[in-house]
Write a protein that binds this ligand. Sequence first.
Ligand code: UD1
Length: 426
Amino acid sequence: MEKIVINGGAPLNGSITIGGMKNAALPVIFASILVEDKCVIENLPNVSDVTRSLEILEAMGAVVERRADGSVSIDTTIINQGSSPAEIVGKLRASTYLLGAELARFGKARVGWPGGCDFGIRPIDQHEKGFERLGATVSRDKGAICLDAGDAGLCGNSVYLDFASVGATINVMLAAAKAKGKTIIDNAAREPHIVAVASFLNACGAKIFGAGTSIIKIEGVEELHGCNYAIIPDMIEAGTYMVAAAAAGGSVEIKNVIPKHLETVTSKLREMGVDVDEYDDSVVVSRAPETKMEPVNIKTLPYPGFPTDMHPQFAAILTIVDGTSKVTEGVWDNRFRYTDQLRRMGANISIAGKTAIIDGVEKLHGTTTTSVDLRGGAAVVIAALAAEGKTEIGSIQTLKRGYDDLVGKLKAVGADIEIIITDDDE
Ligand code: UD1
């Protein structure tokens, strides 16, 4: 079993290059099903969620070729409808995108129940509502979700989302891209990855307008064609290293980013007294280790609000900021499982409803911990970088789902971090 071991206290100095955004890469991979042609995707991050998504497509009959330049070509000319392997689908939240993609291509879909991080209830009612508005029926069969547009096929319609859900917005976009007529998604999610998926589909010949705003208009087209597409930089990976640099102290240049996507993270760090300098495609985060940070309050919201996927990392740094900070979760029902791990390290955190109340302590201390989910694991890594002594982090497969070479990237900027193999059970 692999564990990450961190000896805390080393300041971080140097530069880290950010890879492609996981949450854009995954829907683009599944969107390629609509294309019935070869697409070449560049800047795909080397993370296990991407590997699994490509494995699902291969198992369904697509030809996936990993090229020497790091790009991946995906030829979906042949895809067998309803043949996605349930055991991989069940490990991945993004496998919900198979629903919209299969429905768009075949007029029907059959997909096992999706997996992903446990944040409490993760309903798909808004996805289903969207499919129904376009004329599909939704049913369940032996744990699988089944959609059927019948003989009439999918027809464009208006779809109002009760919550600006990322997954539902992308799924309705996929289903509508080849439907007859026009679809309008109202209260659409506005995350940069929504824009990325729309840009990919438009590069393949789709007619999607307004992605990045809360009203998206889609004129269905009969056919799509292959394209070359580069995945945008991962704002959550970048944000994680920005917080790590602030927590450990030092000065780290985070390269290959879109600074606009990082505005909420940048402004919270500045409010805490951390220096953040922005350049065209990089940011530099600096804090002298003796500089005192200020407590802040955070509420997560859909984009352009503060990203829920940066909540645990900020909670981690705030545990060592003198004074009381509050982090309120505005997207998920229960995203606080990681707090137990920070408490093991000496953090003083209490939970009131959807708010973590954090009373800063002078120092955290290293101990044995677990990565409970992807961003919760990142929070423990950040805490461990700033802590006194040695921290062991187990269940690191959760981190590998979304961070490409986390250990190598942190080691290169001076962290005392390594992966060890142990015989322990988890
Ligand atoms: C995606 C991200 C995840 C991120 C989240 C919010 C991927 C693979 N995952 O998840 O990392 O935390 O966006 O930025 O991209 N909801 C409903 N009904 C639905 C769908 C969602 O009520 O049918 C609710 C959810 O319970 C949650 C909120 O909407 O409270 C946001 O969910 P959503 O934006 O759909 O998240 P995901 O797409 O699953």
